[in-house]
Design a protein around this ligand. Structure first.
Ligand code: ADP
Length: 729
């Protein structure tokens, strides 16, 4: 390849290469003679002045007269992207109304770290050296197994010169050894946990689906502590016995939850599974990527982007805590991983199981209408019973002025403490106080570049914007009127509840669990282990600790503000509140000792509070589904948001009018907006929103891409499409 352009007359094929960039289509390159590329191959191609990595997505015959194309530089040496992974990424891009390159970028993310160099090791050749010395004998004895040069010198206690001499004489030889993944294959002969009859029935049903192959989707719907994890472990075991290459993917909504599940897989199969999330360092992610592509990684436990890994023989996808809103990726490539998991299972022709104690309404609807299988576990395992949930009517039992814990809750905490048991106080608010205002002028302190209140954090003495991370030292004068010592903290966050609990129970050991006190997976694990070991009496926690964990001595859950989630008032507010409060309450009494949950509410008559207190999920779901049906909201209709953002209010308004005028006419589709977004200013960018509502029968993706193709955002304005939005801010 002398020149950088190649006349396509000299090649037989044009190669279409998808680059991990927001481009609407693949780029064309010439295939150099003899390269014999295949779809899925990962190649290096020239892109402007640099070289980029891309995926071969198709070929066209080169006809004479085509403009000259640059040739593909070559394969990168990475394993190819399996065809079904490529198909999935393209499907996901269409679903999200985003560019194929944006999805490919996620699929190739594991390759961003450099591949590890092969290890060079020394072995004996059997040839005797010309002269035997004591040092040489020691080297040859130590080189009986594969060993690196430096370790050999150390083990034999010789200088490198001795080794060089033996190499020169051919008594030792260097071999290159590919680095191994370090993964130990699962031991499928280890005994399974004996399951109860209802657990066994569920596990068998899933095992049959995973082993017979073909697409199936199943809801595993079991109360907290019913053994859902045990059930899917056995389904995984069955999927892995199909052949030595079959694979299982377990998705979890949060990194903090991965460790517990990894430990349970390690205990069941004698070896830890591969782990995949943003907290895993780049070189380990590359190794995992490669071992998933080679089929060596049999079990992957990870966060949502693990869905884009290059599985070659996937048999089972588990989506644990499937209702969790964290499955919705909100920036960059916007997708709902639970929904994409079902799509991936269809493409792979494998089984997917959606697991939850509080399934999403969408999934329940699919189960009720028979689209998904439905397995139910209605009791906790063993002697553990469901916690007793009751409401504390704050109107009747209000906290003292400036306090947040009602006398009823304080009494329950005192009893729990006296019995040597643990309490969890739940409040889904980080920091000390969600709002700081000036009592002199009444101004609320806001971030300078965003339309959001600053949250007071006392541990750090800062005021922080939770939206953008902007922060400042808490001033001693009001920034608006300059009054001194006039700033007052309004409302509680976890730090303030901790302060109150400390004042009430000075002898108790208290910990705060929030993303501020627990910054990474290791810290989360340490905190969870300490709680499980009984090192704290009271844990004050945001939702970071609400999910999944088993704390044997935890018998009281106090929800400080059960009404909090209902105030946002978006489509899923009631559903989310129901799920979260049920999950939090489910932390209590997971072992021998019965637990109770006390929910502080100002609205005890609200249907959500009534349903939770009565344990009436089915009733709640029926009412909620009926309300959504009446107004055509998901799962009965489709929604999408179109969000415009830009620094200049006038330009943004002008463009919003152009976008509004360009909306295609579609039967069964209504477009609302443009309206100022509730968060109308973020990081100096103004935001406007459209809401698209469509009948279920409408191809909303086709509508949205037609719409987008009609408008061209000016340079500093961004247009984002969010299919099935979860956030309406
Ligand atoms: P879930 O996933 O439904 O919350 P888990 O699978 O975590 O439930 O089970 C709750 C607890 O009960 C765990 O400590 C688990 O080890 C235990 N458990 C569940 N089923 C069994 C079983 N069949 N034998 C022994 N322990 C079990």
């Amino acid at each position: 390849m002398g020149s950088d352009k190649q006349d396509t007359a000299g090649t037989t094929r044009i190669v279409e290469v998808l680059l991990p960039l927001p481009l609407p289509e693949p780029f064309d390159y010439a295939e150099p003679e003899g390269m014999a590329l295949a779809i899925g191959d990962i190649v290096a191609v020239p892109l402007g002045p640099r070289t980029a990595r891309g995926v071969v997505s198709g070929f066209r015959p080169a006809r004479g007269g085509n403009r000259p194309l640059k040739p593909v530089t070559g394969r990168t040496g990475d394993p190819p992207l399996p065809l079904r992974t490529l198909e999935f990424a393209l499907w996901a891009a269409r679903y999200a109304v985003d560019s194929p390159g944006a999805a490919i970028a996620i699929a190739l993310r594991g390759l961003s770290a450099q591949p590890l160099q092969p290890e060079r090791q020394l072995i004996r050749t059997g040839k005797a050296p010309d002269r035997v010395t004591a040092a040489r004998e020691r080297v040859l004895a130590a080189a009986s197994e594969l060993i690196s040069r430096s370790k050999l010198a150390r083990d034999a206690g010789v200088s490198d010169g001795v080794i060089k001499g033996l190499l020169d004489q051919g008594a030792l030889q260097i071999v290159e050894q590919a680095r191994r993944s370090g993964l130990i294959p699962p031991d499928l002969d280890r005994p399974a946990t004996p399951l109860s009859s209802s657990q066994a029935a569920a596990a068998t049903a899933l095992a049959v689906k995973a082993t017979t192959g073909g697409f199936s989707a199943t809801l595993l719907d079991g109360v907290t502590g019913s053994g859902k994890t045990e059930v899917y472990l056995e389904a995984a075991a069955a999927a892995l016995t199909v052949s030595q290459r079959t694979q299982v993917l377990v998705l979890l909504p949060e990194i903090a939850l991965t460790q517990a599940v990894i430990d349970r897989f390690a205990a069941r199969f004698g070896a830890p599974p591969a782990e995949w999330h943003s907290g895993v360092p780049g070189h380990r992610r590359r190794r995992t990527w490669e071992s998933v592509a080679s089929g060596e990684a049999r079990i992957v436990v990870g966060a949502r982007s693990a869905l884009f890994l290059p599985f070659t023989d996937l048999r089972l996808i588990v989506v644990d805590e499937e209702h969790d809103g964290s499955y919705k990726q909100e920036d960059g490539f916007i997708y709902q991983a639970r929904d994409l998991a079902v799509a991936r299972a269809k493409i792979e022709a494998c089984a997917v199981v959606l697991v939850s104690a509080t399934p999403s309404l969408e999934t329940l609807w699919n189960a009720q209408t028979g689209r998904y299988g439905w397995l139910r576990l209605t009791e906790r395992h063993g002697v553990a019973v469901m916690p007793d949930i009751s409401l504390i009517d704050l109107r009747a039992s209000p906290p003292e002025a400036g306090q947040w814990l009602s006398p009823t809750l304080i009494l329950a905490m005192a009893e729990t403490l006296a019995r040597g048991e643990q309490s969890l106080l739940f409040l889904n608010r980080r920091g000390y106080a969600p709002l700081v205002l000036c009592k002199a002028c009444g101004e609320r302190l806001k971030a300078p570049d965003s339309d959001s209140w600053l949250v007071e954090h006392r541990y750090t003495g800062r005021l922080i914007c939770h939206l953008t991370g902007y922060s400042m030292i808490k001033p001693d004068r009001c920034p608006y009127c300059a009054a001194k010592d006039s700033l007052i903290s309004i409302g509680p966050g976890v730090e303030r509840v901790e302060e109150e609990a400390r004042a009430r129970f000075p002898e108790a050991r208290i910990a705060v669990f929030s993303s501020d006190t627990v910054r990474d997976a290791a810290a989360a694990r340490a905190m969870i282990d300490a709680m499980a070991a009984g090192e704290f009496d009271i844990m004050v926690a945001t939702q970071a600790a609400a999910k999944g964990h088993n704390f044997p001595a935890l018998t009281l859950v106090g929800v400080v503000d059960a009404d909090l989630g209902l105030r946002g008032g978006d489509l899923r507010a009631a559903e989310r509140t129901y799920q979260l409060l049920t999950q939090v309450s489910g932390r209590a009494g997971r072992r021998e000792r019965p637990g109770r949950a006390l929910l502080q509410t100002w609205t005890p008559d609200h249907p959500v509070m009534q349903a939770i207190a009565a344990g009436d999920r089915d009733g709640f779901v029926a009412v909620e589904l009926e309300e959504r049906r009446a107004v055509g909201l998901p799962p009965f209709g489709r929604l999408a948001a179109v969000i415009l953002s830009g620094p200049d209010a006038v330009a943004l308004e002008g463009f919003a009018q152009v976008v509004a005028a360009s909306a295609p006419n579609g039967e069964g589709v209504s477009v609302y907006g443009p309206a100022d977004a509730p968060l109308s200013l973020v990081r100096g960018l103004r935001r406007k929103r459209f809401l698209v509502q469509a009948d279920r029968s409408v191809d909303i993706q086709a509508f949205l891409s037609a719409w987008r193709s009609r408008v061209r955002p000016p340079s500093r304005i961004r247009m984002t499409i969010d299919v099935d939005p979860y956030s309406f801010l």
